[in-house]
Ligand binder design. Structure first.
Ligand code: SF4
Ligand code: SF4
Length: 68
């Protein structure tokens, strides 16, 4: 099944913790747009680290979030 990951931009405080923790580099900071982007969600290994570390619950993940 295809993994769906979203960042709720209004909730994201751009701490970049998700970028640091993701072992397969799903998240990338776009300095032009000044937001965190999801670049290759199909590489996700479902470790759920991003959802757990995000201080504002800005990440919605089809496997790791309680509700999508
Ligand atoms: S669940 Fe793990 S592998 Fe997938 S995006 Fe989050 S940190 Fe990266
Ligand atoms: S961990 Fe959450 S708040 Fe921090 S940059 Fe990632 S999505 Fe934004």
């Amino acid at each position: 099944m295809k993994i769906r990951i979203e960042i709720i931009s209004e909730k994201c405080i751009k701490c970049k913790d998700c970028i640091e923790i993701c072992p397969v580099d799903i998240f990338k900071y776009n300095s032009e747009k000044e937001l965190v982007e999801i670049i290759n969600p199909n590489e996700c290994i479902e470790c759920c680290g991003c959802v757990e570390i995000c201080p504002t619950n800005a990440i919605i993940h089809s496997i790791c979030s309680n509700s999508y």
